[in-house]
Design a binder for this molecule. Structure first.
Ligand SMILES: Cc1cc2nc3c(=O)[nH]c(=O)nc-3n(C[C@H](O)[C@H](O)[C@H](O)COP(=O)(O)OP(=O)(O)OC[C@H]3O[C@@H](n4cnc5c(N)ncnc54)[C@H](O)[C@@H]3O)c2cc1C
Length: 328
């Protein structure tokens, strides 16, 4: 593989904006992501939810926002390496070589780590045959609302995601119930009231004990956490929202200063390794907000600093995009 000016580890919203900015600054760019598609959390966790805090967009569907970011972030032709997890970051005489889990060697002059929460995976119910039913009735989020049309749906969890999916699916699924192990919810009170107002039944003090079906899910056994009584109820779609486990995984071994699961950076996005920056959800500094709007600003700053490292004659401030020839 050729050596590029900048390798971006993580093709979520912040990494995509970094790719745009670096392309705009004339840098050669490579994006590496362990997922099979670009978009990060927007695509993997909540594609059908609306986002309300993007500058200039009063309301935008996460999937549409991801598509716009992908279009913007790939317009200068970065090399995109998908389904590859960055496993090692080896120093070499011209910068770094990133080695992926499957053994690809990716040389680069500088690195922007925009790995979000790292490789994330949903918390599972921990019941027998759960893995067999994934994609056959059991899911850990909602990728396409249409998949739930006409189905009897149970949503497990008491947090915002569980209640948001109840709101999103109540017009689509044949029926919806919320299953929760207690009678207290972490979700916003207003959302809980809204869901209750729609007549969605709450099955409280219940946990999923067993899954049934030949190939596809057809019913679920719920157990009362207090009396231990069980009941089997028909269910073709079980949406499990009991959290995500995330880990920086291999990135924790790269000699970077960490604060738990986040990489410590200075006000320019610099880590303790020269030429290695961290931006977006993965980084930490005093006043850090885990938001897309702030993450993309961090990305622009880090890219501009990386540019001045590679080309000491370059200015930190690139000027205004509205004045740039490449967009004319
Ligand atoms: C349900 C929900 C709703 C949200 N709503 C909003 C909202 O309304 N407004 C808002 O601003 N924010 C919202 N957020 C938060 C927002 O999604 C994140 O702040 C944003 O996605 C962070 O972007 P990122 O690019 O830093 O990381 P991510 O989107 O997490 O992307 C990181 C990427 O890095 C990849 N990666 C990780 N480790 C490796 C590795 N070792 N090698 C290769 N690739 C790797 C991952 O596969 C992933 O694609 C929401 C989050 C959730 C879960």
């Amino acid at each position: 593989m050729d050596r590029v000016d900048l390798t971006i580890i993580g093709g979520g919203p912040v990494g995509l904006f970094a790719a745009f900015y670096a392309g705009m600054r004339g840098m050669s760019v490579r994006i590496v992501d362990s997922l099979a598609e670009l978009g990060g959390q927007l695509v993997a966790l909540y594609p059908e939810k609306y986002v309300f805090d993007m500058p200039g967009f009063p309301k935008v569907l996460a999937r549409d926002l991801a598509n716009s970011l992908i279009e913007q972030g790939t317009q200068f032709g970065p090399e995109v390496v998908l389904s590859q997890t960055a496993e090692r970051l080896d120093s070499d005489e011209e910068g770094y070589t990133i080695v992926t889990r499957s053994g690809l060697h990716l040389p680069t002059r500088t690195v922007v780590i925009s790995a979000g929460a790292g490789a994330f995976s949903p918390t599972k119910l921990g019941v027998e045959r759960e893995d067999d039913f994934v994609g056959q009735g059991v899911s850990y989020g909602v990728k396409a609302k249409a998949d739930f049309a006409g189905k009897r749906c149970l949503i497990v969890g008491g947090g915002d995601s569980a209640f948001d999916w109840a709101l999103n699916l109540h017009n689509v699924a044949e029926s919806i119930s919320i299953v929760h192990r207690r009678d207290q919810f972490r979700a916003h009170e207003e959302t809980v009231k809204e869901v209750a107002g729609l007549g969605v039944p709450f099955r409280l003090w219940k946990v999923v004990k067993a899954l049934h079906g030949e190939g596809r899910l057809t019913s679920v056994t719920l157990e009362d956490t207090r009396s231990k009584e069980t009941e089997e109820i028909a269910c073709e779609a079980l949406v499990v929202n009991i959290g995500f486990k995330s880990s920086l995984g291999p990135i924790k071994e790269w000699g970077l200063e960490l604060n738990r699961n986040q990489i410590l950076v200075d006000h320019l996005g610099r880590t303790n390794r020269p030429g290695v920056f961290a931006v977006g959800d993965v980084c930490d500094f005093d006043g850090k907000l885990k938001l897309i709007a702030t993450g993309v600003g961090e990305a622009a700053t880090a890219v501009c600093v990386a540019k001045t490292m590679i080309d000491p004659g370059a200015k930190l401030f690139p000027g205004h995009s509205s004045d740039m020839e490449q967009f004319a």
